[in-house]
Ligand binder design. Structure first.
Ligand SMILES: Nc1ncnc2c1ncn2[C@@H]1O[C@H](COP(=O)(O)OP(=O)(O)OP(=O)(O)O)[C@@H](O)[C@H]1O
Length: 251
């Protein structure tokens, strides 16, 4: 597998907290093409900060390299999907929401943009919803559009910050299943933050736990064959390992 993301000695300090402490401390991380890395960790440990640094939204010390190139600003090779359902322009149709980033990133051919938008609507199971407006969609459908919009840009890395956390359990399960299928089909590389150990086990090919000190406490491959269910061999042991580690962090 080829190395896609390399992080060396990453430090992040916002310099405006009362104790001016480092949020991330000397973090080293490698993500290969096709990895689905899930990040767990106690609230406030720096998970979002880490992916914001990778996205190019934050300055940092150390090195973040994508395909060998240092990250210095946001770019369409790294797209981010958030938990918030309001990631779409409310005044644009679903189709136009997907087409717009293509347009502003230089795709001049309208027919090409329309084709890509339709392909990605189909990919996320919304082929008949192109003319709908965001307010006509459920939360799960909006998240599907947000994923389609990001994927349409053909990014190298998809950064997801608890994208399914606000969904009901059934919709969440369904979206997890769909996301995994998309990841497989596109050989996508995903970094996915979650508070849910089950979600990390279901989706992750690797799982990492950040400690409250902003260091990597556990990082391991998840070799449980997909689809992962609580009945899968090895599920219970891994769940307990991460659950115990999270409780330890909470003390
Ligand atoms: N823009 C900012 N300015 C100053 N401090 C910040 C900023 N963003 C985050 N922080 C601080 O950085 C720390 C880590 O925040 P971050 O959002 O990365 O944690 P998290 O692990 O994603 O938390 P959660 O699981 O609750 O979403 C927190 O102490 C937070 O207050």
């Amino acid at each position: 597998m080829s190395k896609l993301l390399e992080i060396k000695g990453l430090r992040k300090n916002y310099h405006d907290s009362p104790d001016s402490k480092d949020i991330l401390k000397n973090l080293d991380l490698t993500v290969n093409k096709g990895d689905f890395l899930c990040i767990l960790g106690p609230s406030g440990c720096g998970k979002t900060t880490l992916i914001r640094c990778i996205a190019g939204f934050e300055d940092y010390e150390g090195e973040i390299l994508v395909d060998g190139e240092k990250v210095t600003k946001p770019g369409i090779d790294r797209i981010m999907v958030f938990q918030d359902f309001n990631q779409l322009f409310p005044w644009k149709t679903v189709r136009k929401n997907i087409e717009y980033p293509l347009k502003i990133n230089g795709m001049k051919d309208k027919a090409e943009r329309e084709k890509i938008a339709q392909e990605h609507l189909e990919l996320v199971g919304l082929k008949d919803y192109g003319n709908f407006y965001p307010h006509q969609l459920s939360g799960g459908m909006k998240q599907r559009v947000a994923i389609a919009k990001g994927l349409a840009l053909n990014p190298k890395i998809i950064l997801m910050d608890e994208p399914f956390a606000s969904l009901d359990a059934m919709t969440r399960n369904k979206l997890q299943e769909e996301l995994w299928k998309i990841k497989e089909k596109e050989n996508a590389t995903v970094i996915f933050i979650t508070h849910n150990i089950q979600e990390a086990l279901v989706l992750g090919t690797r799982i990492m736990l950040l400690s409250k000190e902003g260091k990597i406490k556990i990082q391991m491959d998840n070799n449980i064959p997909k689809p992962v269910t609580p009945a899968s061999e090895g599920y219970g042991e891994m769940w307990k390992l991460f659950n115990d580690a999270l409780w330890e962090e909470d003390r």
